[in-house]
Design a protein. Structure first.
Length: 208
């Protein structure tokens, strides 16, 4: 959890920088609405999830082994289009394991799902609208480019369902859902990995 808290701090510093550069440009800060995307067939119901549904998908409480795959920190903020933080919002992510298996009975290969990978997790945005996850780089599920599914809730109300991609992944060009987006929209949900304090990290800010 220490690492995750540090990530929140570095995110805040980055966001402050973003705000000040917008001020220098003499414009009010405004973001592009985060593009919506299909939920897909594998959103796990509560009964399908592990008992641990925290924001560290790499470590399941009670298990010594960590998930297989390339671990990274995914973080960002949830804001309205004027840049005002949306605090107390529930962010959920779900994704396949490093071999492309989903933790969902509808996926015929779910029996092979990595038992050390949580597959689903959630975080609640803090007062600055920030969220953070520790997870693995998304793998290829047959027929799709690597992606992470995301939902945002305001209380019980679902306000956004989207998918995050990997910037410049060669499989993006052949992905029907990815190609439906404009370049601006695609960039808004494409993860760029940089080396952070705790290893690779990517920032996706969501505007709702
Ligand atoms: Fe998917």
């Amino acid at each position: 959890m220490t690492l995750l808290k540090k990530s929140r701090r570095s995110l805040l510093a980055g966001f402050a920088g973003l705000m000040s550069s917008s001020m220098i440009a003499g414009k009010a800060f405004a973001g592009v609405l985060t593009p919506r995307a299909a939920e897909g067939p594998y959103y796990p119901t509560p009964a399908m999830r592990t008992p641990d549904i925290d924001n560290d998908l790499v470590k399941i409480v009670g298990l010594v082994q960590e998930a297989g795959g390339e671990i990274f920190t995914l973080h960002g903020s949830v804001m309205d289009t004027d840049g005002r933080p949306r605090a107390g919002h529930r962010i959920e992510i779900w994704q396949c394991d490093m071999e492309g298996n989903y933790m969902h009975p509808r996926d015929s290969r779910s029996a092979n799902f990595d038992p050390a990978f949580q597959g689903f997790g959630h975080d609640i945005t803090d007062g600055t609208g920030s969220y953070v996850f520790r997870t693995i780089k998304s793998a290829i599920y047959p027929g799709r480019t690597p992606h992470i599914h995301v939902k945002v809730f305001d209380g019980d109300r679902e306000i956004l369902t989207t998918q995050f991609y990997i910037k410049d992944d060669p499989n993006n060009a052949r992905d029907g859902l990815f190609n439906r987006m404009s370049e601006i929209d695609a960039d808004a949900v494409s993860m760029v990995f940089v080396e952070g304090e705790a290893g690779p990290e990517a920032t996706i800010n969501m505007f709702i």
